[in-house]
Design a protein around this ligand. Structure first.
Ligand code: ISJ
Length: 376
């Protein structure tokens, strides 16, 4: 029988040689980086990597090892690229980050746009973020809000991006890709939906309920107890409340925030409708400039990937290698390209940090259409 200690000594000796060779290889790789900096060549050379993997796999007759060699060298070349991105960032070749750090965002004298109408949750989020006295106006759709800041009619827009129960607001994600607007802040608001009707109306009078689809979804258990009601989707909870007031029909009710009941003088028929009592919505504050604050601690990016095995793993390895904490990942279908996706990733960090620059440099080169959506 083999002696375990002896076998392990054999492994230790081989590992020592692997480390020595790895370091030699990385040293050459750093010189390749120098060459690429001088000649403006891209770090990733896919053709060369594919050719290398093919040639290395041919060096063995063992099927099991052939797979192992492929995995091993993919990792080694990925490390070699990451070293090169780091050297590039150190030389100040950071690509088109083009974001400017600012001392003051001008939140104090801002003009802000939100979607919906008075009493909307977006208005609540805006007042919590900017203060009650903020100068503001409202528009009908999220797209209108994006247009208003793009054209400079407003300095900032407040848009819902994610609800703790219903998930992401996919249209706002898509608008972030479509417009050259950037996230500069976020605000989380507790969602406390209530059923509200006209003064004097009772629960037994209600025949029709209006609300936003998300609020309807969040109140699904309560609504299941009233199957005879007609449920009508409307674009905003506060618009639903306003409709009930405007139409003065005792059989109509709205599901909206309690602040909307107060605003429109409606009577609360049933409180705490949410299936999940901790229900909250995260709003983003968006502007038309590529700016971020020194204290900003979250970066949002998006990118597309080729439909190849391991491509997402490869991109995410940039976060691991640079010790960055990823806090969220989402995907949205790409228009006109069935079953291909755009990924949205949030990670903790500030655009001035070197780890952040290294990771972004690598992702920008290895993914398709990488965009920084903001640092806040
Ligand atoms: C070292 C290079 O840069 C990258 C890393 C490679 C490697 O480590 O073998 C191969 C191709 C490039 O993607 C190079 O271009 O040769």
């Amino acid at each position: 029988m083999d002696d375990l200690l002896e076998l392990r000594q054999g492994i230790d000796e081989i590992d020592r040689q692997i480390v020595e060779l790895f370091e030699k290889r990385m040293e050459i790789s750093s010189r390749v980086a120098g060459y690429k900096i001088q000649t403006g060549k891209k770090i990733l050379d896919k053709g060369r990597e594919e050719e290398k993997i093919r040639a290395l796999k041919q060096m063995t007759d063992d099927d099991f090892n052939r797979h192992g060699i492929e995995e091993l060298f993919k990792q080694i070349m990925s490390m070699s690229r990451k070293l090169q991105y780091r050297l590039l960032a150190e030389k100040g070749v950071t690509g088109r980050l083009a974001f400017t750090q600012v001392e003051n965002m001008g939140f104090d004298h801002a003009r802000v746009v939100f979607q919906g109408t008075d009493g909307a949750y977006s208005q609540r989020a805006m007042e919590t973020f900017f203060g009650e006295g903020v100068s503001s106006f409202h528009v009908d759709t999220w797209r209108d809000a994006m247009v208003a800041i793009q054209e400079g009619m407003a300095d900032f827009a407040v848009l819902p991006i994610e609800n703790s129960t219903a998930g992401i607001v996919s249209e706002v994600y898509d608008l972030l890709v479509e417009f050259d607007n950037y996230i500069v802040g976020e605000q989380i608001i507790r969602i406390e939906n209530a059923l509200m009707g006209l003064k004097g109306a009772e629960l037994a009078d209600i025949r029709t309920v209006y609300s936003h689809p998300q609020a309807l979804m969040q109140s699904s258990r309560f609504l299941a107890e009233h199957r005879d009601w007609q449920i009508m989707s409307i674009r905003n909870t506060a618009v639903a409340a306003k409709k009930v007031v405007d139409e003065q029909d005792k059989t109509q009710a709205a599901i909206a925030g309690k602040h909307a009941a107060k605003y429109y003088g409606l009577h609360i028929l049933k409180d705490s409708l949410n299936d999940d009592k901790s229900n909250s919505t995260r709003f983003i504050v968006v502007t038309n400039q590529k700016i971020y604050r020194k204290e900003a601690k979250k970066v949002s990016i998006c990118f597309e990937l080729p439909h190849e095995s391991g491509s997402l793993f490869n991109i995410l390895s940039h976060f691991i290698y640079n010790n960055l904490n990823m806090t969220k990942i989402e995907s949205r279908p790409l228009e006109g390209r069935n079953w291909e996706y755009r990924f949205f990733v949030d990670f903790e960090g500030n655009l001035s940090g070197s780890s952040e620059k290294n990771a972004l440099r690598g992702i920008a080169e290895e993914a398709i259409n990488m965009r920084i959506l903001g640092n806040y």
